[in-house]
Design a protein around this ligand. Sequence first.
Ligand SMILES: [Ca+2]
Length: 240
Amino acid sequence: MVTLIKSWGGGGRLVTLAALVAGVMIVTAGPAQGALITGVTVEDFSSQFSDRPAVRTIDSSGCTGCDTDIDDTSAGMNEHSATAQQMWLNNLAGQTAWIVWDLGGSYSVDKFRVWNYNEDVLPTRGMDEVIIRVADNAADLTGAVPAGPYTTLTTNSFSQAPGTSGYKGELFTESFTAAYVRIDNVSNHGNSDGTGLSEIRFNAAAAATPEPGTFALAALGLLGLGVVAWRRRKYPSRSA
Ligand SMILES: [Ca+2]
């Protein structure tokens, strides 16, 4: 390497070479990518049926290929079963329910996937109109009426699940930074004796770093300049 640097001319070209090496190293390492948030837990909830606890929304129960890529909807990926015991069921009478998740730290979330309540004969227990709130402190979002302060992210509607296996849920693109997320169900899809969800996943946004292509192009550009300079030194009579 030393011989190469010396023969290449040293000085400014050494800087060029260092830039090239740095560029290649960065391209190899790659930028920070967005990724599924793991380690999410249930912080609080309205109620739960004994064999369908709230933890079933985040423990991968009945969820095939749900812990890799939130966007992957190919066969066998992000599919939930229609087995009731693999879902959360709030068993208070009426159509309301609420649940709070702890993301395990403050994250910049860019999207989440929700699998609505997908029991084979009663998908009408799935949430319909919902209010989604986010905050950095658990105390702001827990309890029957959230104390705040919190940010109301959105009011939205979750589609009724099909009540069949292989259910891929719904992907929502919502950007926020918070450590806790709460969903309040305002009305479900028509069932008055219970409301629930099958599963949920949150995705962290990629950190703001340059694209690999930028470094690759910069490295190629520097390489080109170096070759031109070398040709000029070796063959001064030729035109570049
Ligand atoms: Ca589940």
